[in-house]
Design a protein around this ligand. Structure first.
Ligand code: ADP
Length: 405
């Protein structure tokens, strides 16, 4: 049964996450991370069979070097992995409007990923490097690569949710619209939630909150994404670690014209210096925020703002559900672990019949999944996300359908 492994690759702007997964057994046999590329602090760390290793790299490290290292120095030395990999699944941040599902990578798909690079300039080009490098270093898997798009799950959202109120040519000609992100995660946790509640996914309605360094909320109607808080790019929506989320767009012109800040610098402020980091002037790390909530006034204030935005999204999305809301789901590093954020948010949602069980809320952390609501509440679930498993699952399914043709 081993020869059904999927090599999952997630190329970030200056990092690479990887794993080898048996999707049928939901088993992760090898996983790790390389980060701080083009920097002297770069390293790669991995885990095989609970054996952890870490190696320092140098300032020349990039995605190509790491992929070569993974194949030559790790996979080929662990033949039980190498020999049994039948496909490679790539996380791709932006699929534009072309992809509603995961697909086998071919020349056309590569071209479409290139075209969507305008919307994800830090990610798509690098993810293409990953795809092209695999063709070189694992030629036997050249036609067994699958692209799993962060945007695909959100391609079902209706016009009313995806169009911005701009002159319509900006959509028609330039494709400026809401695309959303975290689609793989929202799809994964909502599928698991439907199973936990024993409701067929095609009639399942929920609000999924993926709260990590980047955060987004998605409303899912009958198993389909219906609206989501991230927009053309992952800058829109909730207050995030270092991203501002929703602001009046006129602030940008004010900063530029009145404060004389260059446009590139404004972009940096909004993406890297805002959010919880900007508000607290201390940190974007919710572990620190949770520990210091009662001790530091600025942290308390910033947390209240974070919760205010989150509760507002959940409340407004609940009216988009046509029938009964089956659940709210919390996931991502904060959603899975922050007792404080879950408690403060749910407290604001009493009017919508969401009630927290404090004991369960304290217990369901650190990778556990389960209910954190009282018996008379609409179910509130914590479900650890597993985008890698979802990518492996999609890849396996698609490759097998292909070989069955
Ligand atoms: P990314 O979006 O980069 O994938 P994650 O989903 O890993 O991020 O989430 C990172 C966030 O989760 C950080 O703000 C981190 O502080 C927070 N987090 C992780 N563990 C805990 C914890 N035990 N308690 C509170 N927050 C946590």
């Amino acid at each position: 049964m081993l020869n059904k492994l999927v090599f999952v690759i997630n190329c970030g702007s200056s990092s690479l996450k990887f794993s080898v997964i048996n999707p049928l057994k939901k088993e992760i046999l090898f996983f790790g991370l390389a980060e701080h590329f083009h920097n002297k602090n770069s390293y790669i760390k991995w885990n095989i069979n609970n054996n952890k290793q870490k190696i320092k790299f140098n300032s020349k490290t990039n995605h190509k070097i790491v992929l070569n290292y993974l194949v030559e120095k790790i996979l080929k030395k662990n033949l039980f992995l190498y020999k049994n990999i039948i496909a490679v699944g790539h996380r791709i941040v932006h699929g534009g409007e072309k992809f509603t599902n995961s697909v086998i990578i071919n020349k056309k798909v590569i071209k479409a990923i290139e075209e969507a690079s305008v919307f994800a300039p830090l990610h798509n080009p690098i993810q293409l490097i990953g795809i092209k490098e695999i063709i070189k270093i694992l030629p036997k898997l050249k036609n067994k690569q699958v692209a799993v798009f962060d945007t695909a799950f959100h391609q079902t959202i209706p016009e009313t949710s995806y169009l911005y109120a701009l002159p319509i040519k900006f959509y028609k000609k330039y494709k400026i619209r809401r695309y959303g992100a975290h689609g793989t995660s929202h799809k994964y946790v909502s599928t698991i939630a439907a199973k936990m509640l024993n409701i067929p996914f095609n009639i399942f309605n929920c609000i999924s909150c993926h709260l990590g360094n980047g955060s987004s909320v998605t409303v899912i109607n009958k198993g389909k994404s219906f609206d989501t808080s991230m927009g053309l790019t992952p800058l829109e929506g909730l207050v995030m670690g270092t991203r501002c989320g929703n602001i009046d767009p006129a602030i940008i012109f004010y900063m530029n014209k009145q404060l004389n800040i260059k446009i590139d610098e404004i972009y940096k402020i909004l993406t890297e210096k805002s959010g919880m980091l900007g508000l607290t002037n201390i940190t974007s790390d919710f572990r620190y925020i949770e520990d210091n909530y009662l001790k530091n006034v600025e942290i308390k204030k910033a947390t209240k703002i974070f919760v205010h935005y989150l509760a507002k999204y959940i409340a407004s999305y609940s009216i988009l559900i046509k029938n009964k809301i089956h659940a709210i789901i919390f996931t991502g590093g904060i959603g899975e672990n922050s007792i404080l954020i879950r408690e403060k948010t749910i407290k604001k949602l009493k009017i919508l019949n969401f009630f927290l069980d404090k004991k369960l809320n304290n217990e369901i952390i650190h990778g556990k999944s389960g209910l954190i609501s009282t018996i008379d509440s609409i179910p509130i679930l914590v479900i650890p996300t597993n985008e890698e498993l979802m990518i492996a699952h999609d890849t396996f399914k698609i490759i097998n359908n292909q070989s069955n043709l």
